[in-house]
Ligand binder design. Structure first.
Ligand SMILES: [Zn+2]
Length: 265
């Protein structure tokens, strides 16, 4: 075992071949945040790495720093959960890919973020277990934007401050990152994404509930549509580029996959 080795709990975000035998792996670890490592001989070593260093896998890695401080060396991998279904079911693969891409866009090397780590793991577990993938993506993205410092403003109109209450029309402004009332939306010339009162309540609850109770929120198909449109546009605005995996997701939009019942909050 090399000197100064350490262990981390990690989610694999990306892999690519390096030469004949090695694999370059980008991962997100609980203890040290995002990092990129090289697994020497990974394509040859059946015992140590095969079927472990795969995208989405949740595992424990034994690593050590390289002398230059760039790539870390990955020495061992012990699989916790392969999340196999995410790689074999195309619609779940598409949803997990949006999650993966959001992490790659937001996380910087070496920046630890336990909230985002646990949230990502929660979402991948739920997807693998067969929960509604649209609901999971809505809940994940709301909490994710919040965790990285862009909590959507859902209490009142961003512009005039009028409280979000049923009976008034509200939309989500991806430019402002929150609600705007119909009057302000019309005045600004940016209509935003119209949200029903039930959708707004759902989104508010999604930001408040503890992570282990988040799965209790159930969304209707109409809520999925409203939320995913708003959250997609908001992400595109925050990252200043599209989330490319979303195109893959759109190809499954007619197939449902949701067993959502009316919302109960
Ligand atoms: Zn207003």
């Amino acid at each position: 075992m090399p000197a100064r080795s350490y262990e981390v709990e990690a989610i694999v975000l990306d892999t690519r071949d390096h030469g004949e035998a090695d694999l370059i792996v980008t991962f997100f670890s609980l203890e040290r945040g995002r990092a990129t490592g090289i697994a020497k001989g990974a394509k040859r070593s059946k015992r140590r790495f095969v079927n472990k260093l795969e995208i989405f896998s949740f595992l424990r890695l034994t690593c050590s720093e390289s002398a230059g401080g760039g790539l870390v060396f990955i020495h061992e991998a012990d699989l916790h959960t392969p999340f196999l279904r995410l790689r074999t079911d195309p619609s779940r693969y598409a949803t997990a890919s949006v999650i993966r891409e959001s992490l790659l866009l937001a996380l910087r090397e070496g920046e630890r973020d336990e909230t985002v780590f646990r949230l990502a793991l929660w979402a991948l577990h739920g997807l693998d277990a067969g929960r509604s993938r649209q609901s999971l993506l809505v809940l994940y993205l709301l909490r994710f934007y919040s965790a990285i410092g862009y909590r959507p403003g859902l209490e009142a109109c961003l512009s005039c401050g009028i409280e979000a209450s049923p009976g008034r029309g509200f939309a989500f402004s991806h430019l402002g990152g929150g609600l705007v009332c119909a009057t302000c939306a019309a005045a600004s010339g940016h209509p935003g994404t119209r949200l029903s009162p039930g959708t707004i309540r759902l989104m508010q609850s999604a930001l408040e509930l503890p992570l282990d109770k988040l799965h209790r929120l159930q969304l209707t198909d109409a809520m999925h549509r409203e939320c995913l449109t708003a959250l997609h546009l908001y992400g595109r605005h925050l990252f200043q580029r599209d989330i490319h995996s979303w195109a893959m997701l759109d190809s499954f939009s007619d197939q449902g996959g949701s067993t959502a019942k009316p919302v109960q909050i």
